[in-house]
Design a protein around this ligand. Structure first.
Ligand SMILES: N[C@@H](CCC(=O)N[C@@H](CS)C(=O)NCC(=O)O)C(=O)O
Length: 258
């Protein structure tokens, strides 16, 4: 029996926040999901299943209009929406499916607080934990813009590109400064702050598939500028080389570090 069940489209670097942390805490995580377009054929529920046409008819009351990152119809049960009122994935369930946990940063926090080695990577005092949370909050603001940018498709324009570039440079400038004071993002020890950094950069590395849209908008790729932040680039290189990270993120490394 797993401690945490996660439903998501796959691969998804936001799910890997939790699985990387679980390698440190010992939390047992069950990940259920499929390629993004296939998630329209899934029943979004604690007991998620891939549906046949007959299943879709039987679950017609769960049919809803997609909001973000998906189009058309998705099948979300009432129980799924009770557990996760925002209705998005990754969505996690704990306590035998009775408790819903949403937002990948919070699913990761649960992984950090669960398992024989818990708490893991989440500070050893109220102050260190709050400081880590500060980095997680700032990373979520950055991540929100990453999501808009990589989902823009043909809607990419100079304004959105400028917003992404500005957010990227603000985030990297702050982390470069932080890494000038200590070995890890939030202090002297590896923490959740380091995990969200690499996972969100992995999501942003989808930019490598946006060459046509970038050319059409006369814009340049932004992520390759990571190398202009030497301490940050070296830190991300180090993290991606660690087995706990590489197990999920090895396929992203060459795009992040390009
Ligand atoms: N900030 C959230 C992002 C979650 C999110 O926006 N998920 C989208 C897919 S990218 C979703 O599930 N959309 C469901 C829908 O379109 O109804 C996290 O990190 O977990």
């Amino acid at each position: 029996m797993s401690d945490i069940r996660i439903i998501s489209y796959l691969p998804n670097p936001r799910v890997y926040k939790a699985t990387i942390v679980a390698r440190h805490s010992g939390a047992v995580i069950d990940v259920i999901g499929d390629k993004p377009p296939e998630m329209a054929n899934w029943l979004w529920d604690y007991q998620a299943i891939k549906m046949s046409d007959a299943d879709k008819q039987a679950h017609a009351s769960a049919r809803r209009t997609a909001k973000t990152g998906f189009s058309g119809a998705l099948y979300k049960t009432d129980a799924f929406l009770k557990a996760n009122p925002f209705g998005d994935i990754p969505a996690a369930f704990a306590e035998d499916g009775t408790m819903g946990i949403f937002e990948s940063n919070s699913i990761m926090r649960l992984a950090a607080l669960t398992g024989p080695e818990a708490p893991a990577l989440y500070g050893d005092s109220p102050a260190t934990r709050a400081r880590i949370d500060g980095f997680l909050d700032k990373t979520l603001l950055f991540a929100d813009i990453i999501q808009k940018y990589i989902l823009a498709g043909d809607g990419l324009d100079a304004a959105l590109h400028g917003q992404m570039a500005g957010a990227f440079h603000n985030y990297c400038t702050a982390l470069e400064a932080a890494l000038g004071h200590h070995a890890y993002v939030s202090g002297d020890a590896l923490s959740l702050s380091d995990v969200v950094l690499v996972c969100e950069l992995a999501l942003m590395s989808n930019e490598s598939r946006m060459a046509d849209q970038l050319a059409a908008a006369a814009c340049h790729p932004i992520l390759p500028e990571l190398k202009t932040y030497p301490a940050l680039h070296a830190h991300v290189t180090d993290l991606l080389g660690r087995s706990e990270f590489a197990e999920d993120l090895s396929g992203y490394a060459r795009f992040i570090l390009a």
